[in-house]
Design a protein around this ligand. Structure first.
Ligand SMILES: [Zn+2]
Length: 221
């Protein structure tokens, strides 16, 4: 597959650097996370979060901090797409053997067509595809973004709801009644994006949780 080809090419061209701090680590260390970062990245094991502000429920793997911020920046904007695999690895460890995590489909938060063309990939889809390999739950890009919204990180918190309201639709001809769906995204911020994705899926009869790699907010447990 073209994706695997590009991934392998990137591994050849770039030396192995820690996914989190960017430090060069041993060539044969397939983990790509240095020993310092394994100790310093705040990972939530076995946690189920409830966002009382908008009713979202689900899982986050790590608390957002400066290390995570720069890592996600390199992943999204510097083409370090292989990071998706390492994020998914950490995410899987957080929900492995947790009976509250159950799904028929992993559904990535969609990005708008032109943005995907420009960036070359949808970061949430890459994470969902990698997580799918660990969980053996199929990844399904059943949601579409029907307009180009502003980046949630570039606007004020209270404007974020309006920005993504009604921005998502379910692809035509899909029957998801009674299905358990987990929405996948890279970062949990205001929760508005997850909320409006969730609403579309719930209106079509699905039960919906979310799972993001990182969370900026302290959510209730
Ligand atoms: Zn590191």
């Amino acid at each position: 597959m073209i994706y695997d080809f590009i991934k392998n090419l990137l591994v050849l061209v770039y030396p192995n650097k820690c996914v989190f701090c960017g430090k060069v680590i041993e060539v044969n260390n397939l983990k790509l996370i240095c020993n310092d970062c394994i100790d310093n990245v705040p990972i939530f094991y076995k946690n189920f979060f409830i966002d009382s502000r908008n009713g979202n429920k689900g899982f986050c793997a790590v608390k957002y901090n400066d290390i995570i911020k720069s890592s996600i920046y390199r992943f999204k904007y510097k083409n370090n797409i292989s990071y998706a695999k390492y994020y998914a690895d950490i995410m899987f460890k957080c929900i492995e053997n947790d009976s509250r995590f159950h799904a028929d489909y992993l559904v990535p938060v969609p990005i708008y067509k032109s943005k995907k063309r420009k960036r070359g990939f949808n970061q949430s889809e890459l994470i969902a595809m990698e997580l799918s390999k660990y969980t053996e739950i199929p990844c399904n890009d059943m949601l579409e973004r029907n307009r180009n919204t502003k980046s949630q990180s570039k606007i004020k918190f209270n404007e974020r709801q309006e920005n993504v309201k009604d921005a998502f639709v379910l692809k035509k001809g899909l029957d998801i009644r009674g299905k358990n769906i987990v929405i996948i995204d890279d970062i949990y911020t205001s929760g508005s994006t997850i909320k409006y994705c969730r609403k579309v899926l719930e209106e079509n009869g699905a039960n919906v949780l979310f799972f993001t790699f990182a969370t900026i907010r302290d959510l209730d447990k």
